[in-house]
Design a protein around this ligand. Structure first.
Ligand code: SAH
Length: 260
């Protein structure tokens, strides 16, 4: 039997209309969509009525589906000859284990393709008025995970504290206070601007701003929680003048269908 193809598609930072044209076409043509919890449901609504939708974000008992099972779901459906879209938040290769999924497909000889997406780490912050680089404030940016899975080396905060560039932490909300403290202990100024951006790029986006010292109080005051980006560096102050109200585009609009 003909093998199906698996497309690893980046859904973008949250706002459904920030997906790529190629990604949206892939969703509309998919026979099976395997998606994460963070993916905007307006994108899933673009699937054809016959498309099988599999949510691997959370099982009913609230445990995420193990990675091996996700890999197997992709392989099994491709072997059945289905065209599968693996829809992942942001960019498929920025955390979220997209690399492992592609590896397992490659090892099984399943045809696959990557359709990149706008990562929340860059595009999400842009939507909150924070440019990750700026000629006057940051000539590099560093994206790290705040969540360490068992067996992994902890992040080298000592080293990260020495970098002048913008530091962006994904999956860092539960350890936010500890991370800021570690950076201060490693020599970063306690007054370094820092922010948390929740639901970046979406209408419900919220931002808490402060310094490495005060961010925890601001997060508490505004009741921010995951999914959120932590960003540390002087570019945070630019959000005072660079934040904007995003124009809303409904991706189900007929006009957009015609555009594509
Ligand atoms: N591949 C994704 C990241 C997956 S890791 C990307 O490129 O964006 C998941 C983490 O990304 C979350 O814990 C959070 O830190 C961040 N994240 C993803 N979408 C977000 C959003 N809309 N707002 C804030 N943080 C987000």
């Amino acid at each position: 039997m003909r093998k199906g193809k698996v497309l690893l598609v980046g859904a973008g930072p949250g706002d459904a209309s920030l997906i790529t044209v190629k990604g949206l076409i892939a969703i509309r043509e998919a026979q099976v969509i395997v998606h994460d919890r963070l993916v905007n449901l307006d994108l899933i609504a673009q699937a054809s009525p016959n498309c099988q939708i599999i949510n691997v974000g959370k099982k009913p008992n609230n445990h995420p589906v193990p990675q091996e099972n996700i890999n197997q779901i992709l392989i099994d459906h491709a072997l059945m000859g289905k065209n599968v879209v693996r829809l992942k938040g942001g960019d498929p290769y920025v955390f979220g284990r997209g690399g492992e999924e592609a590896e397992s497909l490659a090892l099984c000889g399943i045809p696959f393709e990557i359709i990149p997406g706008i990562s929340s780490a860059i595009g999400g912050l842009a939507c909150a008025g924070i440019p990750v680089t700026h000629r006057d404030y940051a000539s590099s940016f560093h994206v790290v995970t705040g969540h360490m899975c068992q067996g992994n080396e902890p992040q080298n905060w000592q080293l990260l504290a020495q970098l002048e560039g913008t530091l962006i932490v994904l999956m860092g909300m539960t350890r936010q206070e500890e991370i800021c403290q570690l950076l201060i202990e490693a020599g970063k100024s306690p007054d370094t601007p820092a922010a948390a951006v929740m639901y970046a790029s979406q209408q419900k986006q919220q931002i808490a701003k402060g310094t490495l010292t005060t961010l925890k109080d601001e997060i508490q005051r505004k009741n921010l929680h995951a999914p959120a980006l932590l960003v540390i560096g002087h570019v945070v102050n630019l959000s005072e003048i660079l934040s904007f109200t995003s124009s809303q585009i409904d991706i189900s609009q007929e006009v957009l269908l015609q555009a594509i």
